[in-house]
Design a protein around this ligand. Structure first.
Ligand code: SF4
Ligand code: SF4
Length: 110
C-alpha cells in the first residue's frame, strides 16, 4: 500500500502536503509532486490537506487515475530522476523534471 498523487495536482502544486508528511516522502517535480512509495508510511495526513483532492490511497484510487501509481513510482527511477529512495525530500531532491505522463498532460487551470 502507498498513497498516490494524481492528476488534480498538475499545475496546482501548492505544496501543502509536503509540510504535512511526517517522513518527508513527497518530492517536487516541475508541474506536480510525487510520493516515494517505498518511503510512504500510509498515515493519510497528506490526503486530508490537499485542496484539490489529488491524493488517494492506492486501494481507493479512482479507476481513471490508476496509471498514477506507476507515475509516482517511476519518477524516482532511471528514466526520470534516478533518485530511487533518497529517504527525505530536502533541497537536494527537488527538480523541474516530470514523469512523461505529466509532461504530456494538458495544461490545467489557465
Ligand atoms: S500518507 Fe503519510 S507518509 Fe505517505 S505521503 Fe502522505 S503524509 Fe507522507
Ligand atoms: S496538497 Fe495537493 S495540490 Fe498541493 S502539492 Fe500536494 S497533491 Fe498537489
Amino acid at each position: 500500500m502507498t498513497y498516490v498523487i494524481t492528476a488534480a495536482c498538475i499545475d496546482v502544486k501548492d505544496l501543502s502536503c509536503l509540510t504535512s508528511c511526517p517522513v518527508d516522502c513527497i518530492y517536487q517535480g516541475g508541474r506536480t509532486v510525487y510520493i516515494q512509495p517505498d518511503e510512504c508510511i500510509n498515515c493519510g495526513l497528506c490526503e486530508t490537506v490537499c485542496p484539490v483532492g489529488a491524493i488517494h490511497s492506492d486501494e481507493r484510487l479512482p479507476a481513471d487515475m490508476l496509471e498514477f501509481v506507476a507515475v509516482n513510482a517511476e519518477f524516482f527511477g532511471p528514466d526520470v530522476t534516478g533518485w530511487n529512495s533518497p529517504r527525505g525530500a530536502d533541497a537536494q531532491y527537488k527538480t523541474t523534471l516530470d514523469h512523461p505522463v505529466v509532461v504530456n498532460w494538458p495544461r490545467q487551470g489557465d
